[in-house]
Design a protein. Structure first.
Length: 194
């Protein structure tokens, strides 16, 4: 789909544009005192589990990403500029098993969300480290959040700690609590009955 050129056709139905960056999450915000204890695990249907330490992840090549984001709670934020790590860069270290079809993102406090593997591997999906020139705050997912801009923003897991490859789709935290399994903002897939 071509990138829309005006705000009118960049905002999905039922959304309102904000210039702020609202903070919404379940549970408490993790604050890290010792980054040597942080890691990112890639596991499940992989030939060999991969683990990045904080230092290893921060040394990965970075790129700039520009996008609009849409929250299920009806706000949209346009023209975001991110610095992050492309999924392709991380996946160079991972050998998937052929039956891997879905991804479960694991975050702090046991929080999870699910994605089809095609959505995880899209070139527009990335690991966000900075937003509009600033390192992510703890409230917005420091040190690493997934950014999946074509889906509602709850799919962009904050405080990412694990990526699990699966053969079958399973609901994550919000999906178990009534949110849609996929979450396409253009189809207003907010809840499981949408």
């Amino acid at each position: 789909m071509a990138h829309p050129t005006s705000a009118d056709n960049r905002v999905p139905p039922g959304q309102t544009v904000t210039t702020g960056f609202p903070v919404l999450h379940h549970g408490s915000v993790p604050y890290y005192n010792d980054m040597s204890k942080w890691d990112l695990r890639i596991f499940g249907l992989v030939e060999e589990e991969v683990r990045f330490t904080y230092d290893e992840f921060m040394k990965l090549p970075r790129a700039e990403f520009r996008n609009d984001i849409h929250c299920v709670t009806t706000w949209s934020k346009l023209d975001n500029i991110w610095e992050g790590v492309a999924v392709e860069t991380v996946m160079q270290r991972v050998k998937l098993k052929p039956e891997a079809k879905f991804v479960m993102l694991h975050a702090e406090h046991g929080w999870t969300t699910n994605l089809p593997i095609e959505d995880f591997l899209r070139p527009t999906t990335f690991f966000g480290l900075k937003h509009n020139g600033e390192i992510l705050t703890p409230e917005h997912g420091y040190p690493v959040r997934m950014v999946v801009p074509h889906l509602y923003f709850w799919k962009s897991a904050k405080w990412l700690r694990g990526i699990e490859f699966m053969d079958k789709d399973k609901p994550g935290f919000w999906e178990r609590n009534g949110y849609h399994m996929y979450g396409d903002p253009w189809k207003e897939q907010r809840f499981d009955f949408d």
